[in-house]
Design a protein around this ligand. Structure first.
Ligand SMILES: Nc1ncnc2c1ncn2[C@@H]1O[C@H](COP(=O)(O)OP(=O)(O)O)[C@@H](O)[C@H]1O
Ligand SMILES: Cc1cn([C@H]2C[C@H](O)[C@@H](COP(=O)(O)O)O2)c(=O)[nH]c1=O
Ligand SMILES: [Zn+2]
Length: 273
C-alpha cells in the first residue's frame, strides 16, 4: 500500500547548521571556551518530490496536514533528586553542543531566585547565562522570533516548575526541529510526581536518572528529604532545606519528622488548654 507520508515537498531539506544566535552564544562562551566558529549558512538541498502538491490536492487531502515540519528534533530528559548533578549534566551537554558549533539557549523558571535570574548555577557554583521565565510559551517572543528560528539546542532547567512543559517540548522538537535537553526533579519531597516532568517521558528520545549520595550514610540517594516543617509542594531552597537520601534514610527521616510534628502538636495543645 502506498503511504501518504512519503516525502512530497521540497521543505524536506537536509538538517543543516544554522547561523548561530550570536547574542547568547558569545555570552555563553565567556564562561565556557572554546568559542564556536562562525557558521556559513549553507544552501538547503532539496529532495525531489515523489508527488506534487496538486496531485495531493486532487486526492482531496489537505496539503497543510502534509506540509512537513522542520527536520525532527530530539528530547533528552535528565531527572533525579536534588544534588544529583542534573544542572551540572545540563551545563556540560549545552557546553558541548555549543563547542560543536550549535546555537544554544538555556531557560530556567523565574520561581527560582536563589542565584539571580540571569544564570543557572550548580550546587558547586558552575554557571551559564540563561533566560528566567514564568512559562515556556513566552520563550519565543522573549528570545526573538528570528533568533528562535536560528536556534539548534534549548536547555531547560528546573523543569518541574513549568506547567506548559509538555506542549513546549513537543512543539519545539516535532515541529521546530530543536534538540531540547530538559533537567528537573522527577519527584517532590513526598516522592510524588513533580509538575509535568514525568509527562514528557513518552515524548523523549532518552531519559537519564541520576543519583546523589545519601547525606546520612553515603550510599546512592534516590530521594530528596525536606528537613523543615513546610508542606507546600513548591518551596525554593538548597542544602538548608533539603538533603539527598537513600531509601532507608528517607523512610526513617519521614518517621522522625512525623514524630517531631506529633510532639510539637501535643505541646501546642497543652499550651492552649
Ligand atoms: N548535600 C549536598 N549539599 C550541597 N552540595 C552537594 C550535596 N551533595 C552534593 N553536592 C554537590 O552538588 C553537585 C551537584 O550540583 P547540581 O548539578 O546543581 O545538582 P542538581 O541540579 O541535581 O541539584 C555535586 O557535584 C556535589 O558537589
Ligand atoms: C524536593 C523539592 C524541591 N523543591 C525545589 C527546591 C529547589 O529550589 C528546586 C530543586 O533544585 P535542584 O536544582 O534540583 O537542586 O526545587 C520544591 O519546590 N519542592 C520539593 O518538593
Ligand atoms: Zn542513607
Amino acid at each position: 500500500m502506498k503511504s501518504f507520508l512519503t516525502p512530497t515537498l521540497s521543505a524536506f531539506t537536509s538538517h543543516l547548521p544554522k547561523t548561530a544566535h550570536l547574542g547568547l552564544l558569545s555570552l555563553a562562551s565567556k564562561s565556557f571556551p572554546p568559542n564556536p566558529t562562525i557558521f556559513l549558512p549553507l544552501k538547503p538541498t532539496t529532495v525531489s518530490p515523489t508527488c506534487s502538491i496538486r496531485s495531493i490536492q486532487s486526492r482531496g487531502v489537505h496539503t497543510e496536514q502534509l506540509t512537513p515540519p522542520s527536520p525532527p528534533g530530539e528530547i533528552h530528559v535528565i531527572v533525579g533528586p536534588m544534588f544529583a548533578g542534573k544542572t551540572t549534566t545540563l551545563l556540560r551537554r549545552i557546553q558541548s553542543e555549543s563547542s560543536n558549533g550549535r546555537s544554544v539557549a538555556i531557560i530556567k523558571s523565574n520561581k527560582d531566585t536563589r542565584y539571580g535570574l540571569d544564570s543557572i548555577v550548580t550546587h558547586d557554583g558552575a554557571k551559564l547565562p540563561c533566560l528566567a521565565l514564568p512559562d515556556l510559551s513566552s520563550f519565543r517572543e522573549n528570545f526573538g522570533l528570528d533568533a528562535y528560528d536560528q536556534l539548534d539546542v534549548i536547555g531547560i532547567d528546573e523543569a518541574q516548575f513549568f506547567e506548559d512543559l509538555y506542549d513546549f517540548c513537543r512543539e519545539a522538537a516535532d515541529h521546530d526541529g530543536k534538540r531540547v535537553i530538559v533537567a528537573g526533579l522527577d519527584g517532590n519531597y513526598l516522592r510524588r510526581s513533580f509538575g509535568s516532568v514525568l509527562d514528557i517521558i513518552p515524548l523523549a528520545d532518552s531519559v537519564t536518572k541520576l543519583t546523589a549520595r545519601c547525606e546520612l550514610c553515603g550510599k546512592r540517594a534516590f530521594f530528596t528529604l525536606r528537613k523543615t516543617e513546610e508542606t507546600q509542594t513548591e518551596l525554593i531552597g538548597g542544602a538548608d532545606v533539603y538533603m539527598p537520601v537513600c531509601r532507608q534514610h528517607y523512610v526513617s527521616g519521614q518517621v522522625v519528622k512525623e514524630a517531631a510534628k506529633t510532639v510539637l502538636e501535643s505541646q501546642n495543645i497543652q499550651c492552649v488548654s
